[in-house]
Design a protein around this ligand. Structure first.
Ligand SMILES: Nc1ncnc2c1ncn2[C@@H]1O[C@H](COP(=O)(O)OP(=O)(O)O)[C@@H](O)[C@H]1O
Ligand SMILES: [Mg+2]
Length: 259
């Protein structure tokens, strides 16, 4: 049985990873998210798109409780995220920040620290597992002993992805992981992420403004604007035949996107 099959939902398991109902988020008098209801597919690759300031990051942060909503519900696998013990939630839901922050030491130190912090029961990160995690993130084993501070931007992203994988998460959240990368490096990273999902069956939710990435990797697309869902659906449908004029305009404006 492959890892993907191992993680595929059984007959009684929910096919939805995240279920949001009427979620609102506010900061002071500003409304950042205004009545968001969504069902994000388990095992899918959701691309969260929309103009800058639309609320994409604010939404992503609710999914592993970096923030809590002002009102509304967020469920993961049929259970309110607020009901998980926070450590369990964070272990099951990895988060890759837009700008990777490396812990001190080597790539190996980064993976070991993440594993320790999570107090997880998944296997300790010995040499073989470190090599396997780095490989899933598209780095060869020789990176284990490289000082993390000396790595390039793209390599730091990969270490940060490998680090998020140390707890065997069911979900990986990524906030514009390629925003600061050259188009070629970004393409390779997207390829790695798509492959990672295929081999592990992990659920991915990625914020991106690079439409080509959404086209290549996404199975599900959510278009946000001004804190509301403009359109959500299967990637093939939304990308080729967006229902809403706003989504079509956004997608067309992105045609010239260098990446
Ligand atoms: N902590 C905060 N305090 C006040 N305003 C915020 C805060 N975080 C985000 N915002 C504002 O909320 C809106 C949505 O932000 P964000 O979720 O980061 O959008 P996106 O990721 O789509 O660019 C923006 O106008 C942003 O300036
Ligand atoms: Mg953002």
């Amino acid at each position: 049985m492959s890892a993907a099959e191992a993680r595929a939902p059984g007959p009684a398991e929910p096919v939805t990873a995240f279920r949001l109902r009427d979620v609102r988020q506010v900061r002071g008098v500003r409304t950042l998210l205004d009545g968001i209801s969504l069902d994000l597919p388990r095992g899918g690759f959701t691309a969260l798109i929309g103009p800058s300031g639309a609320g994409k990051t604010s939404l992503l942060r609710l999914l592993n409780r970096l923030d809590d909503p002002a009102s509304g519900t967020v469920e993961l696998f049929g259970r309110a995220v607020a009901e998980y013990r926070i450590r369990e939630l964070r272990r099951r839901v990895g988060y890759v920040f837009q700008t990777p922050v490396m812990f001190a030491g080597t790539a190996r130190d980064n993976l070991e620290a993440a594993h320790r912090l999570a107090k997880t029961e998944v296997p300790a990160v010995g040499d073989a597992r470190i090599a396997a995690l780095l490989e899933l993130a598209g780095l060869d084993a020789s990176y284990a002993d490289r000082p993390a501070a000396d790595l390039s931007g793209g390599e730091k992203h990969r270490v940060s992805i490998a680090r998020a994988l140390t707890t065997n998460p069911d979900v990986l959240l990524l906030d514009e992981p390629t925003a600061a990368l050259d188009p070629e490096v970004a393409d390779r990273l997207m390829h790695t992420l798509a492959q990672l999902r295929e081999t592990t069956g992990i659920t991915m939710v990625m914020v991106t403004h690079r439409l080509r990435e959404a086209r290549v990797a996404a199975t599900y697309v959510v278009m946000l604007e001004a804190g509301r869902v403009v359109e959500a659906g299967e990637a093939a449908t939304v990308m080729h035949d967006a229902t809403h004029a706003r989504t079509r305009a956004f997608l067309q404006a992105g045609e010239g996107d260098a990446a």
